[in-house]
Design a protein. Structure first.
Length: 453
């Protein structure tokens, strides 16, 4: 039943997802917010007959399309690759539940790309009205694709009533849907202004035009930070119990959450005092600082959103050890190695002496020589723990987490892992498998520094 695991040295595979996802979302949100910005500003430029502004907007649209379509599309595909490899079960589950949602998302994506190209390549050729309509079609479809994907990521954190009523719309319009759409829409328009500042600060020499842009882009950005704060409170209010407990139990997450609210508030004040009240302040240095703050807050937000979901990948549906919650009783009964297609095939090929026909005989596992038990313990670790821990070095390395733990401490902790730390799914192995995992863990646990007891 298990899928093969994907070993990413040091990082662990989910952290690789995190890196690629952050690289993607900082541009994907600009694709939404920047579209809205261009639609609104092109309209303004036509209305005020501001030709230099229109010329600048064309220049910005080129930068925008290059970045969002090329880089955005490549990193977006990168996310599908990494999630498919790192979390095949969760990816499969989400595809099954939301097949209609993905289909809608692809439609909005195609409309988005076509509208973007027409908007840019036919710049100035259609009448201003048609040109503006193209801008709005782009903006609307980009935002809709944000809304659809947010429904799915919100679902992962809190599927709400879907757990009782497995209806597509109940799943999509989950309790996290509105809060996360608010945060992401706010984030998109805030981030877009930061990109505009960055681009304008370097590319635009005309001070009057620069002041105009500084002031005009400050307004959506201010609105964006307010939406982030409101949505953020909603996100907190609609967290499922396990996520709230996780947030409270981890000092790092508490500090990061406080930091993100503080950064958003600081950006708000800086926007107000800076570009909004004193447009002349917009300089390359100011724009870079803003941009770094914005991207930093964004990445932190994504990290928290992902981290509090533990021990689940999809709340109460898929656990962080690549099993469905509903499989717990069955896996416990039959044994962990026996329940997995690949684990069982491995045991059968390497240790035919423990097999009875196609079944693993538990008692015979105990008779295996010590090194072989450690080896099977390592195998169990790779399936049950590899998704969140590296071994002796790297992200959340178990060797370090168990520094100074004696085999006895490890033996008493493993059967209660989910209670030792609520970030972890419950341990699903049989007593024989516990013993093998304990042997492996004891072989990698590092000594306590300084040797104090
Ligand atoms: C869904 C993710 C997840 C899975 C799967 C997981 N863990 Fe953990 N584990 C965590 C997190 C998060 C922590 C807390 C780490 C920290 O404080 O930095 C943790 C902590 C630990 C600790 C230290 C406990 C403490 O409180 O001092 C040990 C030991 C450990 N895990 C072992 C394991 C083993 C063995 C497995 C596999 C059987 C496993 N974990 C599976 C997420 C997970």
């Amino acid at each position: 039943m298990h899928y093969p695991w994907w070993y990413v040295p040091l990082l662990t595979s989910p952290m690789l997802i995190a890196i690629i996802a952050v690289l993607h979302v900082v541009v994907a949100h600009y694709a939404v917010g920047g579209g809205l910005f261009l639609a609104v500003e092109v309209r303004h430029a036509y209305r005020t007959h501001n030709r230099p502004y229109l010329a600048y907007l064309k220049q910005h649209a080129w930068f925008f399309i290059l970045l969002t379509v090329v880089y955005g599309a490549i990193t977006g595909v990168g996310i599908w690759w990494t999630i498919g490899l790192a979390s095949p079960l969760a990816t499969r589950t989400l595809i099954h539940i939301f097949v209609f949602g993905w289909a809608m998302e692809y439609v909005t994506f195609i409309v988005e790309i076509v509208a973007a190209f027409i908007f840019y390549y036919y710049w100035g050729r259609p009448d201003p009205k048609t040109h503006q309509t193209m801008g709005w079609i782009y903006a609307a479809s980009a935002w809709l694709s944000l809304v659809l994907i947010t429904g799915i990521t919100g679902f992962m954190l809190n599927p709400g009533a879907w757990l009782q009523n497995r209806n597509f719309w109940v799943g999509l319009l989950n309790p996290q849907f509105v809060p996360q759409v608010l945060v992401r829409t706010g984030g998109a328009i805030l981030l877009a202004s930061l990109y505009v500042y960055l681009h304008a600060a370097f590319k635009l020499k005309d001070p009057t035009l620069r002041d105009l842009i500084a002031k005009r882009a400050a307004r959506p950005a201010l609105l964006g930070s307010i939406l982030i704060l409101i949505g953020g409170l909603g996100w907190y209010a609609f967290l499922p119990e396990s996520a709230r407990a996780a947030l409270m139990a981890s000092s790092v997450l508490t500090v990061l959450t406080a930091l993100i609210f503080a950064t958003t508030a600081i950006v708000f004040v800086m926007l107000y005092l800076g570009p909004y009240r004193n447009p002349g302040w917009l300089s390359p240095g100011f724009a870079i600082l803003f941009f770094i703050l914005g991207v930093g807050a964004f990445s932190t937000g994504e990290f928290i959103r992902e981290a509090v979901r533990k021990p689940y990948i999809v709340y109460n549906v898929v656990m962080g050890n690549q099993l469905l919650t509903e499989q717990i009783p069955e896996v416990r009964k039959n044994g962990y190695l026996e329940s997995g297609t690949w684990t069982k095939a491995f045991v059968a090929s390497q240790y035919p002496q423990v097999m009875d026909g196609t079944k693993i005989v538990r008692e015979k596992l105990r008779q295996l020589p010590e090194p072989d038990q450690v080896r099977l313990g390592h195998l169990i670790f790779q399936y049950h723990c590899n998704n969140c821990h590296s071994t002796t070095a790297g992200y959340s390395a178990v060797g370090h987490l168990m520094r100074g733990w004696t085999p006895d401490i490890i033996r008493s902790a493993v059967p209660y892992l989910g209670d030792v730390n609520i970030f972890m799914p419950p341990w699903l192995g049989t007593p024989e498998e516990t013993e093998m995992l304990v042997k492996y863990l004891a072989s990698i646990a590092l000594p306590r520094p300084g040797g104090m007891r």
